[in-house]
Write a protein that binds this ligand. Structure first.
Ligand code: AP5
Ligand code: ZN
Length: 216
């Protein structure tokens, strides 16, 4: 099964992706995670990406598409994959269609998580992530048992540099102008499925899971 998770920053794509890939045993391909890993290691890709990510702007299409093209060629994608945060522009979506076509694959579902803008700001500014395993928490909505300590691996939690109020504003503007038009693109292909992302985390997971199992 080949799936795309769409939705504005903070809609819950990463949180749900973590759960869904466990259930369906498919790789989780997050362009945001790929950029953050490269930034941490200060590779040439990371140095370039940082210029954009730190400002809340989209990284140029040619860089982003190259990463996804390489990743999709790996053998673990043969039985399916979950793309999280890609594509984010019409140009990226068209490039993805070409890549998949050349591999004789197609997208089965595009799951769009729908969340109101006001709630997104609260979610992103309260988000905390584990330095060791990458698990995502929220200080109010999904707190760890012990403050700033990961439940899964006891790692330390940190706040993403682009989760400040100002950067979140820029990211939401980028989403509206460049990514939201993709909803129409996938609706026309009949692959788009809307999920109410304002429900609690478990309810959203259950809805996505039954949808992907073809029961919704
Ligand atoms: P990326 O890492 O993809 O960030 P994003 O799309 O802004 O999405 P987020 O990770 O912020 O949110 P999410 O939807 O995953 O929410 P989460 O589950 O964490 O991209 C970062 C940057 O990289 C971009 O700005 C850009 O610069 C660059 N980039 C990446 N891809 C690119 C591309 N294709 N092209 C160009 N540039 C690209 O949840 C958020 C919070 O809410 C958490 O604290 C969570 O615990 C909480 N939460 C989640 N669900 C619920 C719920 N149901 N109820 C209550 N709380 C919840
Ligand atoms: Zn952890």
């Amino acid at each position: 099964m080949n799936v795309i998770f769409m939705g504005p920053p903070g809609a819950g794509k990463g949180t749900q992706a973590e759960r869904v890939v466990n259930e369906f045993k498919i790789p989780h391909i997050s362009t945001g995670d790929a950029f953050r890993a490269a930034m941490k290691q200060e590779t040439p890709l990371g140095v370039e990406a940082k210029k954009y990510v730190d400002q809340g702007l989209l990284v140029p299409d040619e860089i982003t598409i190259g990463i996804v093209r390489e990743r999709l060629q790996l053998a673990d994608c043969n039985s399916g994959f979950l793309l999280d945060g890609f594509p984010r522009t019409i140009f990226q979506a068209e490039a993805l269609d070409e890549i998949l076509h050349s591999m004789d694959k197609k997208i089965d579902y595009v799951v769009n998580l729908v969340v109101d803008r006001n709630l997104l700001l609260a979610r992103l500014t309260g988000r905390r992530i584990c330095k060791s395993c990458g698990a995502t928490y929220h200080v109010l909505f999904n707190p760890p048992a012990k403050e700033n300590v990961c439940d899964k691996c006891s790692g330390e939690l940190y706040q993403r540099s682009d989760d400040t109020e100002e950067k979140v504003g820029t990211r939401l503007d980028e989403y509206i102008s460049k990514t939201a038009p993709l909803l129409d693109y996938y609706d026309k292909k009949n692959t788009l499925r809307q999920v109410n992302g304002e429900q609690d985390i478990d309810t959203v997971t259950a809805e996505i899971s039954s949808l992907l199992r073809g029961q919704a």
